[in-house]
Design a protein around this ligand. Structure first.
Ligand code: FAD
Ligand code: DLZ
Ligand code: SF4
Length: 508
């Protein structure tokens, strides 16, 4: 064996840069299920099962294509506990000292590989629309890194939904049409699920034995675990769900966990699908007149805009990014995030479906669990670890900017120009949660008042110095100042009561 070729659990793409560089005749592919990767956070069992099963299937595909693959299963006693340990073991066994790898999506692993006593070549991960150099060039010298401008460059670069140098339909962004609440629809199909095959069933047994105590339900397990299945899931989404994606993108319903969302992020992030093939498919549906422009544009923006943008930020900001805490928030994560009982119906639903599915859609993450944590002043690093562990699509390069930056404002406004906070009003408008809640969204003070209503003002007042000069927030401070004093006192007292209950581990 000449060289070892590392393929990580989120690098399951046949066109991976490390594979393009490698030689079937002389190089050995190393894939490993290792304890360290399963333990840097306590991942949801469905996430571990997805990754292990997809890894095992991918190893099979590589072998069929003529590669030599050294695959280590977690329950093999010879398997090393770490990726670097596993490389060292294989290096010794095969008399090789050179390793080629595609750069991992996490600083922790990049640093570990760079420090390994082996000759490691890290190649760029080019499974993205934008390279990191391109992102840095775009960011250089800009005062504010607004996603919208980056996105326009990506539209121009890919030519997606462009008419010459102009955006199709004359507007770059149709979000204005995308804020409709949804109602129950028995004909909405939900994402395509798959029966576990023999390989997946073996993985499920392993995960049950080793990680059965982690937060989250392992079964029923229905994720795609091969590229072929992931393509079917994409086809199903494009055919049956995409048309409503724009209109109902921000809607939440207690009886429907997925609405018009694609649930493609788990497959995209482990490499079973590529961003451009998804976007091209979506564009074709629009071109054929099957879906409206606000659906196709909105969807493509999430992928070539947001997804690429947050990756650029993660690597530009450096390894300390996940530890930032601009607002100095230190409260411990409340038990309700791990399924502890709560009277807050929106939280119970967002957390409950997270436990069942390892999935919640963007507005549930941002405006329910994220919003509550920000208002309550929860330690953003604990939030970061929570999001990284509970979602099947969570890898640090994409999760950390969304959590630390977009959701918790802990990066001091690099990603979000103002904190994403709202009172219960927003949740009431976009969902049907409030009508079955122990709290009342209409009440602004008192025991029954929705906790979001109370904590919203408390947050703004605690951080008045920082935010009152923000042009997009001045209006809120003026509203507060116009309230009579008695009411203001009642709001702050109510907020203090809730925060004390949270600290005391009491039911909220
Ligand atoms: P859809 O609604 O169908 O969107 C289509 C695709 O667009 C997604 O598959 C995803 O690839 C991409 N996308 C949409 N929004 C974003 C975004 N803000 N950033 C990056 N890509 C985006 N996304 C992850 O992939 N991994 C994470 O760990 C993750 N953590 C998050 C944490 C918080 C606090 C928040 C607010 C958002 C997070 N997101 C994360 C972004 C977003 O919530 C998910 O990408 C989305 O919910 C995935 O479900 P979907 O495939 O059904 O998405
Ligand atoms: C998330 C994860 C898990 C749970 N297990 C493994 C594993 O056993 N082997 C592996 O190669 N990768 C795993 N991964 C994915 C890595 O953690 C991921 O590659 C890094 O976080 C970089 O994105
Ligand atoms: Fe959530 Fe408040 Fe509505 Fe209850 S009333 S569901 S806590 S927003």
């Amino acid at each position: 064996v000449k060289r070892l070729v590392l393929v990580l659990g989120d690098q399951l793409s046949e066109g991976l840069s490390a594979l393009r560089e490698a030689d079937k005749a002389t190089d050995l592919i190393v894939m490993a299920e290792v304890a360290d990767e399963t333990a840097y956070v306590r991942h949801h069992p469905k996430k571990i099962a997805l990754i292990f099963s997809a890894m095992r299937h991918f190893a099979g595909t590589l072998r069929q294509n003529g590669w030599q693959v050294a695959y280590a299963k977690l329950d093999n006693p010879d398997t090393s506990p770490s990726i670097v340990g596993e490389l060292l073991r294989r290096a010794e066994g095969h008399g090789a000292s050179e390793v080629i790898a595609t750069r991992p999506g996490e600083w922790r692993l990049i640093e570990a590989l760079e420090a390994a006593p082996l000759t490691v070549t890290l190649l760029p991960d080019d499974r993205f629309v934008s390279s990191l150099e391109e992102f840095n060039t775009w960011a250089e010298g800009r005062k504010q890194l607004r996603m919208e401008y980056f996105y326009r460059d990506m539209r121009r670069k890919t030519g997606l939904m462009m008419e010459g140098d102009q955006p199709a339909g004359g507007k770059w962004n149709y979000d204005h049409d995308n804020r409709k609440p949804a109602s129950d629809d028995l004909f909405r199909s939900g994402p395509l699920g798959f029966e576990p095959d023999e390989i997946t069933r073996e993985v499920l047994d392993l995960v049950e034995t080793r990680f059965g105590e982690n937060f989250g339900s392992l079964r029923p397990f229905w994720f795609a675990v091969t590229r072929e299945q992931a393509l079917k899931a994409l086809d199903h989404f494009a055919t049956h769900l995409l048309a409503g994606f724009g209109d109902f993108q921000d809607a939440m319903l207690q009886g429907d966990r997925f609405l018009h969302h694609s649930v493609l992020s788990p497959y995209l992030n482990i490499g079973l699908l590529s961003p451009l093939e998804i976007c091209k498919r979506v564009k074709e549906e629009w071109k054929a007149g099957h879906v409206p422009i606000n659906a196709a544009e909105g969807f493509i923006r999430q992928i070539i805009g947001w997804r690429e943008y947050v990756r650029g930020i993660y690597f530009r900001e450096g390894p300390d990014y996940p530890t930032r805490n601009a607002l100095g928030h230190t409260r411990d994560l409340p038990w309700m995030y791990w399924g502890g009982e709560t009277g807050m119906n929106c939280m119970a639903h967002a957390v409950g479906q997270t436990r069942e599915e390892a999935y919640a859609h963007h507005i549930q993450r941002l405006m329910v669990t994220g919003n509550f944590a920000l208002l309550a002043g929860i330690d953003p690093h604990q939030m970061h670890e929570w999001y990284l562990s509970v979602y099947a699509d969570a890898f640090e390069w994409v999760e950390a900017p969304n959590t630390v930056g977009m959701s918790q404002f802990a990066d001091d406004g690099i990603i979000a120009s103002k904190p994403y906070v709202s009172s219960g009003n927003y949740i009431d408008r976009m969902s049907d949660y409030c009508k079955s809640c122990a709290y009342s969204v209409k009440e602004k003070t008192g025991e029954q008042a929705c906790p979001f209503n109370l904590l919203y003002w408390d947050f703004l007042i605690r951080h008045r110095e920082r935010f009152s000069n923000n042009p997009r927030m001045g209006q809120m401070y003026r509203t507060w100042d116009r309230m009579d004093e008695e009411r203001r006192d009642a709001v702050l007292e109510g907020a203090a009561r809730i925060l004390t209950s949270l600290d005391g581990g009491e039911l909220v």
